[in-house]
Design a protein around this ligand. Structure first.
Ligand code: AMP
Length: 417
């Protein structure tokens, strides 16, 4: 469907063009007309479906079609700072032909610039719950004129314990408003929130908990102690663009990032132990291609939209199918293709079965030729004695480390498929 059919304000069509969108995605096709009519919406949209533009365009259209300027009129509540920035970026592009202003509000950074942006008359607020409540309490963020409310990734906000804050925010905005809520899953608490916050919502379900079909999945069975060695081999042998590696814990994320760095790759990491500044520069370096690989935990990387991600590698199988879908939603976004590799051990059998059921197909098992799957576990010392490139979790004797220079884009051996 062509964007023209939505009959959006011509100023927004400039933004759509600038964003490079040609045809609306299915969620946009379903959500935009309903949202333009002022309906409340519950969207079950998987990541990478174009859901941000599905709520941003109707918001912008409403705000420029009349009403006050220089007061907050739309509020988008989202679980993480990274998501807030990403939504803010989409708003910036799509609103380029308008004079609307948007501000991001989240903790971990100074409040002054946020307060200043509010004073400068931002009409759109993209916020994480905690800091927003602070700024509301201090009288800096005024909710009296909010006419559009978006609750994004509601299930994640629930997982992170934000629902009480979200309820407070819902109470702080006027009752007469349009509300849109997006969630990949609907645990009971999220259902309840939907009942309380939305009025006769139109339900829009898009590919419920099924990963984008543009992603190829492969499982790599491996003993736990050889995971790092296998990961390094995969990185060396696969033709990749940007690679996102997921681990289960923050500690493991930094350890794996160190191992990858020692093997000569340009790598960064994103997890809860890093400061806001470090997280921002990690993301920037990864998005710009300065770092080819980013190692992340689920919470830190939730919802990230990085166009160049060609491969997601699950160093650890995630705990839930939902987390798997969100992780691999980082690749194969909006019709692009991507690969998802998951290193699996015997303990992951149940999770594999669940994933296969959801996807309605058996997942491919792959083995790496000439990789020594029988290598013994190394001594459990955490320090000393290992050369550059030596996998800490054991494995084959290291190859000589390649020079970082050889790892440009489209590097390495031919893509093994
Ligand atoms: P989202 O699900 O909102 O995170 O969007 C995923 C990706 O799809 C982002 O990179 C968007 O820029 C892109 N996108 C959104 N809408 C469209 C569209 N209509 N055509 C092409 N790409 C799109």
């Amino acid at each position: 469907m062509d964007f023209k059919q939505f009959q959006l304000d011509p100023r927004l069509m400039q933004g759509v063009q600038k964003a490079g969108y040609e045809k609306a995605t299915p969620i946009q096709e379903a959500a935009i007309p309903a949202a333009l009519r002022g309906r409340d919406i519950i969207g079950t949209a998987q990541t990478g479906t174009g859901k941000t533009a599905a709520f941003v365009l109707p918001i912008l259209n409403k705000l420029i079609s009349g009403g006050q300027r220089n007061v907050p009129r739309a509020l988008i509540v989202t679980p993480t700072r990274e998501l807030a920035e990403q939504i803010h970026d989409v708003i910036k592009v799509l609103s380029a032909g308008t004079k609307l202003k948007s501000v991001t509000i989240y903790g971990g950074v100074g409040a002054n610039p946020q307060v200043q942006a509010l004073r400068n008359g931002a009409e759109i607020i993209v916020a994480c719950p905690g800091r927003l409540l602070d700024l509301i309490a201090q009288g800096h963020a005024k909710m009296a004129n909010i006419e559009l409310l978006v609750l994004d990734e509601a299930d994640r906000m629930f997982d992170m314990g934000f629902l009480p804050d979200v309820r407070r925010i819902v109470k702080a905005v006027p009752e007469k408003r349009q509300t849109m809520m997006f969630s990949a899953t609907f645990p009971a608490d999220v259902e309840l929130l939907a009942k309380q916050a939305l009025k006769e919502p139109q339900k829009i379900a898009m590919g419920i908990s099924k990963p984008a079909h543009t992603v190829a999945h492969a499982l790599y069975p491996v003993p736990q102690h050889l995971k790092s060695a296998l990961l390094l081999e995969l990185l060396k042998r696969t033709d990749t663009n940007s690679v996102l590696v997921f681990t289960r814990t923050k500690h493991r994320a930094s350890r794996v990032a160190q191992q990858i760095e020692r093997a000569g790759f340009k790598v960064t990491s994103l997890h809860g132990d890093r400061s806001q500044g470090q997280r921002q520069s990690a993301l920037k370096g990864f998005k710009s291609g300065h770092h080819d690989i980013m190692v992340a935990t689920d919470i830190a990387a939730r919802g990230l939209d990085i166009e160049t991600v060609s491969h997601v590698i699950n160093y650890d199988m995630p705990d839930t199918a939902d987390a798997y879908i969100h992780r691999i939603g980082r690749t194969g976004r909006a019709q692009r293709t991507g690969d998802a590799f998951t290193l699996v051990t015997d303990e992951d059998k149940d999770m594999i079965r669940i994933l296969e059921r959801i996807m309605g197909a058996e997942l491919k098992r792959e083995t790496l030729e000439e990789f020594d799957y029988k290598a013994p576990a190394p001594p459990r010392s955490e320090s000393g004695g290992r050369g550059r490139g030596a996998p800490r979790d054991g494995g084959r004797p290291p190859k000589p480390a390649p020079t970082p220079k050889s790892y440009g884009r489209n590097r390495l051996a031919p893509r093994k498929k």
